[in-house]
Design a protein around this ligand. Structure first.
Ligand code: PLP
Length: 388
C-alpha cells in the first residue's frame, strides 16, 4: 500500500512552476539577461581553502582506506562545531549530529514523533516543514506571520507536539530577538512542547538583540533542537553538510538516544572529504574566506534594500537574513506581480503566496547576489510602471 499522505500535498512544488516560467521568458527574450533573485542559492564559487581541504580529504583516502564513517559524523568535525559554536552554551560534541543538510534534518526529525501528532508551523513557511509533516501523516496548524505579528510567529493556543521555528526566517527575512525567543522557550517549558529551530541563516545575523543560537536562551536545552548547515554560511549547497543539535537535557536524554538510534538505522553518514572540507571553515583562512562571502551577500542585500527604499517600495527583513520580504504594489497578487516583474524587468523573485496564504501580497527577493547585479536590479525596477 502506498503512503496516501502524498495525495494531500499541494499538487506541485512552487519551484518547478517558476522554472517553467523562467524557461519561457528566456525563450521569448533570447540574448537578454534574466536577473534571478528567486531560489536562495549561493552564487559565489567555493572558497579556495575549503576546496583545497576537500581535495586533501580525497587524497588522504588515496593513501589509506576510509570506509564507512560514523553515522553521526566524524569526531573531528563534531568537536570543532562544539568548540566554535556551542561550548559557551554548555553543549558538547556528542550532542551534535552531522547530516547531508538541514533539509534532510528538518524532515527526518519527524521520525522522533508518533505519526498523527500535531505540528505547528509558521505561515508563510519554508515549505519543507509543511510537506514533511503532511507526508508523516501529522496534523498541521499554522501560525500567522504577517504585518500584524511583526512577521514573528506567536505560540499557539492549542496543544501541539512540536513547533518549527525558522530564525532568521525564510521567507520573511526577519529574525527573532532575544525577548521573542525567550517567550517561545518559556511557553515550550510550560506546555511541554518541543521547538525545532532552523537556524541555517544564523551567519547572517548582524543585530545585537538577535542571539546566534536558541541555546543563548536559558532553559532552551530542555526544549529545543537546533538545525544548522554549512550551505549558506560556507557555500555548501552543492556539497551537502549540516548538523542537528540534540542536547541530552531534552526529555532526560531520550530524544538524543532516539536520534542516534535513527542515524544508526538509516544513515551511513556524510562523506569524509566533505566533512574534512567543513572542518576547514573553522581554520583562520577558511573563516576569513567564508566570512568575506557572507559579507558580499550582505552587501548585495544592502544595495537592494536601499534601492527599493529610494524607489518608494515597502519591504521587511533583509537585515539579519539574506531575504527581503517585499510588499507588492497596490492591486497586484503575488503571482501577478511575479509575471509583471519577469515580463517588464526580466527579474525573477518568488511569489510570497507560494510559501503560504499569509504570503499573499508579497514577493521574496533573495540577496544571494553580487553588488553589480543588485545595482542592475534597482536600475531595472526604476522603469517598472505601477502605483506603489
Ligand atoms: N532551511 C531553510 C530555512 C532554508 O531556506 C534552506 C535552503 O534554502 C534549508 C533549510 C536547506 O538547507 P540545506 O542546504 O542544509 O539542506
Amino acid at each position: 500500500m502506498l503512503n496516501p499522505n502524498f495525495e494531500k500535498l499541494s499538487s506541485e512544488y512552487i519551484f518547478p512552476i517558476i522554472e517553467r516560467k523562467l524557461a519561457k521568458a528566456r525563450q521569448e527574450r533570447p540574448g537578454e539577461e534574466v536577473i534571478n533573485l528567486g531560489v536562495g542559492d549561493i552564487c559565489l564559487p567555493l572558497a579556495p581553502s575549503i576546496a583545497k581541504a576537500i581535495s586533501d580529504g580525497v587524497l588522504d583516502m588515496e593513501k589509506r582506506s576510509r570506509g564507512y564513517g560514523p553515522a553521526e559524523g566524524y569526531p573531528f568535525l563534531r568537536e570543532l562545531i562544539a568548540e566554535n559554536e556551542y561550548s559557551s552554551f554548555g553543549i558538547g560534541a556528542d550532542e551534535i549530529f552531522l547530516s547531508d543538510g538541514t533539509n534532510s534534518d528538518a524532515s527526518n526529525i519527524q521520525d522522533l514523533f508518533a505519526s498523527g501528532c500535531c505540528v505547528a508551523i509558521p505561515n508563510p513557511t519554508y515549505p519543507v516543514y509543511r510537506d514533511a509533516s503532511i507526508i508523516a501523516g501529522n496534523e498541521v496548524i499554522y501560525l500567522p506571520c504577517n504585518l500584524d505579528s511583526g512577521f514573528v510567529p506567536q505560540p499557539p493556543k492549542e496543544k501541539v507536539d512540536f513547533v518549527y521555528l525558522c530564525t532568521p526566517n525564510n521567507p520573511t527575512g526577519v529574525a527573532m530577538t532575544r525577548p521573542q525567543l525567550e517567550k517561545w522557550v518559556r511557553w515550550a517549558q510550560e506546555t511541554k512542547t518541543f521547538l525545532i529551530v532552523d537556524a541555517v541563516y544564523s551567519s547572517f545575523i548582524t543585530s545585537s538583540d538577535v542571539p546566534p543560537s536558541i541555546y543563548a536562551i536559558e532553559g532552551a536545552k530542555e526544549v529545543a533542537i537546533e538545525l544548522k548547515s554549512f550551505s549558506k554560511s560556507a557555500g555548501f549547497t552543492g556539497l551537502r553538510c549540516g548538523y542537528a543539535v540534540l542536547p541530552k537535557a531534552l526529555l532526560g536524554g531520550k530524544l538524543h538516544a532516539l536520534w542516534q538510534r535513527r542515524a544508526d538505522a538509516k544513515s551511513n553518514g556524510v562523506s569524509y572529504p566533505i566533512q574534512y572540507g567543513a572542518a576547514a571553515t573553522f581554520t583562520p583562512e577558511g573563516r576569513k574566506e567564508t566570512r568575506a562571502q557572507v559579507t558580499l551577500y550582505q552587501e548585495g542585500g544592502r544595495i537592494l534594500r536601499e534601492g527599493l527604499k529610494a524607489l518608494g517600495f515597502e519591504f521587511f527583513g533583509g537585515v539579519d537574513c539574506p531575504y527581503i520580504w517585499w510588499k507588492n504594489p497596490v492591486g497586484y497578487t503575488s503571482w501577478e506581480f511575479f509575471d509583471k516583474l519577469l515580463s517588464e524587468c526580466l527579474i525573477l523573485a518568488i511569489p510570497g503566496s507560494g510559501f503560504g496564504s499569509e504570503g499573499e501580497g508579497y514577493m521574496r527577493l533573495s540577496c544571494f547576489t553580487t553588488r553589480a547585479i543588485a545595482q542592475e536590479t534597482i536600475t531595472r525596477l526604476g522603469t517598472i510602471r505601477c502605483a506603489i
